[in-house]
Design a protein around this ligand. Structure first.
Ligand code: GDP
Length: 311
């Protein structure tokens, strides 16, 4: 089966992708920041690397040594704060690092295949819904700008003959989702309320719509993209939108609680209204590769609740 390299292997997506690739028989190599070796749970300890994406020599040596036939680039800075210093960090860590990696992969391993984890943030505030591969790329925050640039970079390398694809991932959740994301915040706070350890849930935009899928499903889509005969970009989404309120009501109901007894809408978390819901149209990947999302909202909530209830 050969070997595969996963950057950002210590994160939520790295866990699911590492597990999937191991199960398929790949020798899986994981790369992440120094100090995150212990988080690369799905990667054999002998295959955990903390080579910097900015250290060209070390990265070249690593690629020559492990000879991955597939490279999955998940590593990225994802905060959307806007101080000029943070903007520079996001651009450097996303665009410059992606350029270093893809250019070395093409020159050192021209027969390899590359998949970028792009984001629905590249569509910014869309003027229609759902969004597909044809939707205009018009990001409206610095994270979206950095991902849009990486997405175009992948397209440029593909036009040069390299097998490079961009997976435009809509929101994808799991029990491994970071606590700063609304789904995990709701799940963990609801459990604390049930246990008498918290007495309110403070949220912002309750009517915001998201197309939430399961991270494991989305990593399967990225793998399928690299098994295809031709390289192409795909939207990865469920096609179903739900409001933050829908998600929270389902979680509270499953715990035997009434959301409105505990909810406080806090202006600190409110974001500008989005005229068209952020929902993806994944019909291209369904038609070309036969991929579709296996988890509906309730299955995602169940997976997250089951894991959080064990803590
Ligand atoms: P995002 O889509 O990458 O921004 O993922 P998030 O999980 O951070 O946010 C999803 C949606 O939840 C957005 O529309 C937010 O405006 C909305 N939201 C409502 N209340 C909160 C909150 O307290 N925290 C976060 N992170 N998002 C919230």
């Amino acid at each position: 089966m050969g070997s595969a390299l996963v950057t950002g292997a210590g994160g939520q997506d790295g866990y699911f992708l590492g597990a999937l690739l191991s199960q398929k028989g790949y020798e899986v190599h994981g790369l992440d920041k120094p100090g995150s070796e212990n988080r690369m749970e799905a990667v054999d300890p002998a295959c955990r690397w903390n080579v910097s994406l900015f250290d060209e020599e070390a990265l070249r040596d690593l690629l020559r040594k492990i000879q991955p036939s597939e490279i999955y680039h998940l590593a990225a800075f994802s905060f959307v704060n806007t101080s000029p210093e943070q903007e520079r960090e996001v651009l450097k860590n996303n665009l410059e690092a992606t350029h270093n990696l893809i250019s070395l992969c093409k020159s050192e391993l021209p027969g390899s295949r590359f998949c970028l984890a792009a984001s629905a943030e590249i569509f910014g505030t869309p003027d229609h819904s759902p969004q597909s591969e044809q939707s205009p790329v018009q990001p409206c925050n610095i994270y979206g700008v950095s991902k849009a640039a990486c997405h175009h970079l992948v397209g440029m390398y593909r036009s040069l003959g390299y097998f490079a694809c961009s997976a435009i991932l809509f929101n994808h959740e799991s029990s491994r989702r970071g606590d700063q994301f609304v789904t995990q915040k709701i799940v963990k706070t609801a459990i604390q309320i049930q246990r008498g350890q918290a007495n309110e849930l403070r949220l912002g935009s309750m009517d915001a719509v998201r197309d939430w899928g399961f991270a494991g499903d989305y990593m399967l889509a990225m793998w399928m993209m690299l098994q295809n005969d031709t390289a192409a970009d795909y939207v990865i989404a469920t096609g179903h939108g739900h409001t933050v309120r829908d998600f929270a009501e389902l979680v509270f109901q499953k715990l035997g609680l009434n959301l409105d007894d505990w909810l406080v809408v806090d202006p600190e978390f409110v974001r500008p209204a989005e005229p068209f819901p952020r929902v993806g149209d994944a019909s291209r990947i369904r038609a070309d590769l036969g991929w579709s999302s296996n988890y509906d909202l309730e299955a995602i909530v169940d997976e997250m609740l089951q894991a959080a209830l064990k803590i």
